[in-house]
Design a protein around this ligand. Structure first.
Ligand code: ZN
Length: 620
């Protein structure tokens, strides 16, 4: 298996997991394992366990676990691809195929070009000719320290300053154009056929998650210079829908604070960082995308949106609320005074004022409802000033439409009452009437939504769910795990009993992935060992595999346990089949159909009672 052009198994083979973990955890030897205090949860007795032989780790306390890549992902807060790259470099593993090697080399060269260009722009800002640029930055409240810290620079007003400077370092115009730093003139592909993209602008380097410069943002200094913000175009290094400004600096602070403050643009992000909100990252000329949300979801449970009040970003965030909901993110909105963005607020009113506004940030639903209500009332943010007069019907309808996007449940119910109280004022009669009107409108909207969902023709069936009652589900989950653990610890059991099981017997996707990987090894005639199974396991299931390999499996009566677990799982399978057959029977059209179904049903019952008989005979 490869990722980003690297052979994961080669990295695994060269790396020593204990060496990777030991700077973060004091490890002690305990038999074939190493144990220590878990770096991912607070504990006094060690439940963090490393299996150096198999290159796996697992914490019996917080259930985190996986392989070396997973450990680096979690401890350094990087993506899987970044973890692979970090470890490949550390252990001197080169990218595999030549094509991949070439693309990695091109990428490296483009990164080097960006690093050189960043240094060049910084030198230009210090030059005598850049006095106006320095004055501008001072006027924006940026100190010399901040300018240095954020690597700000200046692009001179001429057409080829960067092209010339980079050609001295053997970067061609064509190369600069591919990196988005130069633009091709209509005419020819020769050196003279390009001009600098950024001219007479303040330059903000834009970094990837590991802190390498991958693009630039250029801000105009004069009001008549258009556009005000000019970013690098999309390149192999830079996709603005996947990049958040200052994210690499905010990553750790986000994890510590348990939230991410999201702003629009570089200046707001810098202002927030300098005011002590180091968990801030900024979008750049785009609304929050699904990729942004995914990037943040992996680190924090809560987003605090701090956009200026008339920003397009806020409307986009409202439309994208389903995205947050699906990601399980709590989203709060900061209400900034009219005409203020975070940069101006921090500069004019200080960090403390911003801190107070962040502390008062309200859930996005409440924020949206207040905004809708304010259409009949004075400004948002002053609940008590909403007049007790009847809201207009279109306001109610809009509010109901906003609520209909929440799933039915406690939160929606809460907002129905809240809204009725806000809009109904002091009169209990009016409040009740409003509540009823809202519920009626919501149920109308829900019915319409359900109608639409049913008409969607190619809707996929819901993922297969085991209909066991919840207590049973836990028991089945345990059976599946102990069975898989037994197979991994005594591979001959896997060889002998695998054929009796089906993928669907295992209740979770992770268990199914581990089972499929074991089955794959057996079918390929390979030994069932962690080294053969691990590469086949889906990334999501690696933590489970680690746990199963690291856990202790009592050897006595293991075969008996395996037989018992298989019997229970197969019984469950037969019961599910029976239920499905019964449902088909109820809907069956013809007698012939009914006969066939009845035949299959009695076969299921017969096999199930056989299994029950085995239990009576075979069990002590
Ligand atoms: Zn833990």
């Amino acid at each position: 298996m490869t990722a980003g052009g690297y052979d994961l198994e080669e990295i695994r083979a060269r790396a020593d997991i204990a060496e990777i973990i030991s700077p973060h955890v004091a490890l002690r030897k305990a038999g074939r394992r190493l144990t220590g205090l878990c770096p991912f949860h607070k504990e006094r007795t060690p439940s963090f366990t490393v299996d150096p032989e198999n290159g796996l780790w697992h914490c019996f306390g917080c259930k985190a676990g996986g392989d070396l890549f997973r450990f680096v992902e979690m401890i350094d807060k990087v993506t899987f691809a970044e973890a692979v790259e970090l470890l490949a470099r550390r252990y001197g593993v080169a990218p595999t195929r030549r094509a991949e090697a070439a693309s990695v080399a091109r990428r490296e060269r483009m990164l080097a070009l960006h690093a050189e260009a960043a240094r060049y722009f910084q030198r230009c800002l210090r030059a005598a000719a850049a006095q106006a640029a320095r004055d501008y930055l001072a006027g924006r409240g940026l100190s010399a320290d901040a300018i240095k810290d954020w690597g700000l620079g200046y692009a001179p007003p001429t057409w080829d300053a960067l092209l010339k400077a980079m050609s001295k370092r053997s970067h061609s115009g064509d190369e600069l154009a591919r990196a988005g730093l130069a633009v091709s003139r209509e005419g020819g592909p020769d050196q003279a056929g390009f001009y600098d993209r950024f001219r007479d602008r303040i330059i903000f380097p834009i970094w990837d998650a590991s802190g390498r410069v991958i693009a630039f943002g250029g801000r105009a200094m004069a009001d008549d210079q258009q556009p005000k913000y000019l970013n690098s175009p999309e390149t192999p290094l830079f996709q603005k829908g996947r990049t958040l400004y200052a994210f690499h600096r905010a990553r750790r602070a986000m994890a510590d604070a348990g939230r991410a403050i999201v702003v629009e643009g570089y200046l707001d992000a810098i202002a927030c960082h300098d005011a002590g909100f180091t968990e801030t990252a900024g979008t750049m000329g785009t609304a929050l995308t699904a990729d942004h949300v995914e990037l943040l979801r992996r680190r924090v449970p809560r987003l605090v949106l701090s956009f200026d009040s008339d920003s397009a970003g806020l409307s986009a965030a409202l439309r994208g609320r389903d995205l947050f909901l699906q990601a399980g993110l709590e989203v709060l909105v900061v209400t900034l005074p009219e005409g203020f963005d975070p940069d101006r607020l921090v500069r004019e009113q200080g960090a403390e004022a911003f801190r107070e506004l962040v502390a008062e940030a309200m859930p996005i639903t409440e924020w949206e409802l207040r905004r809708i209500l304010s259409k009949t009332a004075p400004p948002v943010g002053h609940a008590s000033s909403v007049p007790p007069e009847d809201p207009r019907p279109e306001v109610l309808r809009e509010a109901a439409a906003a609520l209909a996007r929440l799933p039915e449940g406690v939160e929606r119910e809460y907002y129905v009452r809240w809204l009725a109280q806000q809009a109904g004022g002091a009169s209990p009669g009016a409040t009740t009437a409003l509540e009823n009107a809202l519920r009626a409108e919501l149920s109308r909207l829900d019915t319409r939504k359900r109608g639409r969902a049913q008409r969607t023709p190619d809707k996929l069936p819901a993922p297969e769910e085991h209909p066991e009652r919840s207590g049973d589900a836990v028991a089945v989950g345990r059976l599946g795990r102990s069975l898989l653990a037994a197979f991994l610890h005594q591979p001959d059991l896997a060889q002998r009993f695998l054929a009796e099981l089906e993928l669907g017997d295992f209740p979770t996707a992770e268990q199914r992935s581990v089972f499929a990987a074991i089955a794959h090894s057996v079918e390929q005639g390979q030994p069932v060992a962690t080294q053969t199974v691990l590469p086949q396991v889906e990334p999501e299931a690696r933590a489970l595999l680690a746990e199963l390999v690291v856990c202790e499996v009592p050897e006595e009566r293991l075969e008996e346990e395996v037989r018992r677990a298989i019997r229970r799982l197969v019984e469950g399978r037969l019961r599910r089949e029976e239920t499905a057959l019964q449902q088909q029977l109820e809907a069956a059209g013809s007698d012939a159909q009914r006969q066939a179904l009845l035949g299959r049903l009695s076969e299921c019952r017969r096999r199930r009672s056989e299994l029950a008989g085995e239990r009576i005979v075979g069990e002590p």
